[in-house]
Ligand binder design. Structure first.
Ligand SMILES: [Zn+2]
Length: 467
């Protein structure tokens, strides 16, 4: 949940402004996006969502989803209309504060005009009933997200904008909220989501699972994974519940890595500070079910059994990406550079390559077997991906991690770990951008001059002259 509006609402929902005939109208329509530089229509202006209550029924045979989204939000201006993001699906009814609301749709924008205007500061509840076959979205970089049918069910994956394929909302990391999800699937299958499982009931040939997410969550890391699952519960040594759900075909291959979750969580806590959420775990689907792993909150998603290093990467994102979320999709290196550096730190602590050796191999162009892959990390500066197609390209990951290593070289190991922990604490459950980060580093180490690191490594084009 955001408490201040740092992004200015983009183009207004003019479609409905014209039909506000009769009566006095003081409010104006909320914005149709939050002016993200790469996804300008993602998220919405004029209100701030506090909580999503999602009731979903999914039938994998017909690929049919029926949903009710009850959203609690607070107006941040006088509102005559506001938008939600929703792609595909049929909307059957929208109510605001229990009264029928007019609505229309254009692209991914569902514009709602409440019967009564909403006042600035007013908390309101909007309910959307919808159904249909949810769509799979192809991103600018050709990866698939949104709703992905799988061999035995489906999975919802939302980076960067896919969650709008299965529930209406404000789909930008800037508007975080808490969630309750109630998901009904045919008996024999299960529905695994974020947060904690608070109930599981089978009746009438269907199983309903309820999940509660108490900490703020960006909609891009919400998931529901429907399928056959082997589930397991344990706890970390400091009492964080671990819940894993594994496709039975991946159970054997996953056992060793998933068994190390409590150990990885302890290691991560020592390096990154207190865990920001109230449960952890993993979801392991079949290899062909998705093209990538994702740091879905509490419980990262893996297509096929992860190795330990991948598990470290996705669990590190719980601190960097999910608790400290990017202000815009341009700030993606604050997610991926940190999660990649977590891999380097883990390997160093496990007796593998040191972070310095990994850095040197990347700089020297010997890290990958493939020459093009070695060259590709210099394609653009990590803080400035050229367009939406490149927010998940290798400079964001590897060169992002190299920026962190340059800071470590400057301040030393102890101060660097203090900085990693301090950054996670300073923006816990919030949002931050690159400018926030450089300011934080400079304030943490006032005697150091970081201007060369920023100019050459963070914002500079090409491979810096010196490592
Ligand atoms: Zn990542």
């Amino acid at each position: 949940m955001r408490t201040t509006r740092l992004l200015v609402a983009a183009a207004t929902a003019t479609a409905l402004a014209a039909c506000s005939g009769g009566g006095s109208v003081d409010g104006s329509p909320g914005g149709s996006g939050v002016r993200d530089p790469y996804f300008p229509k993602a998220g919405n202006g004029g209100y701030d969502i506090g909580h999503y209550d999602l009731t979903l029924t999914y039938d994998p045979d017909g690929e049919h989803l029926t949903g009710t989204a009850a959203i609690t939000a607070r107006a941040t201006q006088d509102l005559s209309a506001f938008n939600l993001d929703l792609k595909g699906l049929d909307v059957e009814e929208v109510t605001v504060e229990g009264r029928d609301a007019r609505f229309n749709r254009a692209g991914q924008e569902l514009t709602v005009r409440p019967a009564d205007e909403l006042d600035d500061g007013e908390t309101f509840r909007v309910t959307v009933r919808y159904s249909g076959e949810p769509v799979t979205i192809t991103d600018p970089d050709d990866s698939k997200e949104g709703w992905l049918p799988t061999a035995d069910g489906a999975v919802g994956l939302g980076q960067p904008t896919g969650s709008m394929a299965w529930f209406p909302g404000s789909h930008h990391p800037f508007d975080k909220a808490t969630y309750d999800l109630r998901v009904t699937v045919p008996k024999g299958l299960g529905a695994v989501s974020n947060g904690e499982l608070t109930g599981e009931v089978t009746r009438g040939g269907r199983t309903t699972s309820t999940w509660h997410v108490a900490e703020p969550m960006s909609s891009h890391v919400v998931t529901v994974a429907v399928g056959e699952w082997q589930t397991d519960r344990s706890t970390t040594d400091d009492g964080v519940p671990v819940y894993t759900a594994v496709d039975p075909r991946q159970a054997g291959a996953s056992r060793e890595a998933l068994g190390r979750i409590p150990e990885i969580m302890g290691w991560a806590r020592d390096n990154f500070g207190p865990y920001p959420f109230s449960s952890t775990g993993a979801i392991v689907d079949r290899v062909e079910d998705a093209g990538y792993a994702l740091e879905t909150q509490n419980r990262p998603y893996f297509p096929g059994a992860p190795d330990t290093v991948l598990l470290v990467h996705e669990l590190a994102h719980q601190w960097y990406g999910n608790s400290v979320s990017p202000k815009t999709w341009r700030d993606m290196w604050l997610n991926e550079g940190f999660a990649t550096y977590a891999e380097w730190l883990w390997e160093e602590d496990e007796g593998g390559d040191t972070a310095q050796e990994t850095f040197d191999a990347l700089y020297d162009g010997t890290y990958y077997d493939d020459e093009d892959a070695n060259d590709s990390i210099w394609a653009f500066p990590p803080a400035e991906p050229p367009d939406a197609e490149h927010i998940s390209a290798s400079p964001v990951y590897q060169r992002g991690a190299m920026v962190l290593h340059k800071i470590r070289q400057a301040v030393g190991d102890d101060a660097f770990l203090d900085l990693l922990r301090g950054w996670a604490a300073a923006h816990r459950h919030g949002n931050a951008d690159t400018g926030d980060f450089t300011a934080y580093v400079e304030k943490s180490a006032p005697d150091e001059d970081f201007s060369g690191v920023w100019e050459d490594w963070l914002y500079g084009d090409g491979r810096p002259d010196r490592p």
